[in-house]
Design a protein around this ligand. Structure first.
Ligand SMILES: *Cc1c(COP(=O)(O)O)cnc(C)c1O
Length: 240
């Protein structure tokens, strides 16, 4: 992808995001674009950074860490460097948890109790806080990771007792559908789930809703997304 094409893609995504926010009576600044750079090289991230992107999402820890190191080395040469926020959005295997705690500012894909416990233990052992989202499987598809909605309640007290595991909200992946409007009920459910959790557990922060990808981000923003995870519409089709 050359710089001109990337600039054009990015401008179009940002315009569509702003229009969707406005349609819903929301301030466009409430919605953060997480540019999903998986399968694309560090140079693509650097080009997007130069175009103003500061939030990047990666799916696999082992792919992401070397790219993040390359980008940080590149940034270190610049006097005007601004911080990048790194998001882990893919399923996190237990044996990769130790490498993920710390480098990623927000782990969107906390999808099972065992993983939440492991993150909490590692954070405590290292005296390091880790911000997370709970991934919810709202479509009921067996192929998808994530908590079933009824599983979250019992987990919350445990999370609340682990001060270094900092919950910031919920994440979901909508099913692939013909018409993005069909994903809307999923987005509405994630939002009402977060509202219910905020009422029942006001000591925790439920403000972030990570929902919406290339094919459905406008509906997600209209339904309250605060983080949209967009790959193909920015960087083009993935190679792998
Ligand atoms: C790959 C991925 C995305 C980005 O998908 P696009 O369709 O390329 O926008 C978003 N979220 C998750 C969890 C992903 O794995």
């Amino acid at each position: 992808m050359n710089r001109e094409q990337l600039a054009e893609n990015l401008a179009l995504v940002q315009a569509r995001m702003a229009a969707a926010a406005q349609r819903a009576g929301r301030d466009p600044s409430e919605v953060t674009l997480v540019a999903v750079s998986k399968t694309h090289p560090a140079e693509a991230i650097q080009m997007a950074y130069d175009l103003g992107v500061r939030d990047f999402g990666e799916s696999r820890v082992e792919e992401a860490l070397p790219k993040m190191a390359a980008v940080h080395a590149w940034l270190a040469q610049r006097l005007d460097a601004q911080p990048i926020t790194w998001h882990l959005i893919g399923h996190l295997q237990s044996r990769k948890v130790a490498a993920a705690v710390g480098p990623f500012h927000l782990i969107h894909s906390v999808d099972r109790v065992k993983l939440a416990r492991k993150l909490a233990q590692l954070g405590e052992a290292r005296a390091q806080a880790q911000a997370i989202l709970l991934e919810i499987n709202l479509s009921g598809e067996a192929s998808k990771f994530g908590f079933r909605p009824e599983e979250v309640g019992p987990l919350v007290d445990e999370i609340a007792a682990r001060p270094l595991l900092i919950v910031r909200g919920l994440m979901t992946i909508a099913p692939i559908v013909e018409d993005p409007g069909q994903a809307r009920p999923i987005f509405q459910r994630l939002r009402s789930m977060a509202a219910a959790l905020a009422q029942r557990h006001p000591q925790l922060n439920w403000s972030q809703l990570s929902m919406g990808m290339t094919d459905d981000f406008e509906a997600a923003i209209e339904e309250g997304a605060t983080l949209v995870r967009i790959g193909r519409a920015i960087f083009g089709e993935r190679k792998a």
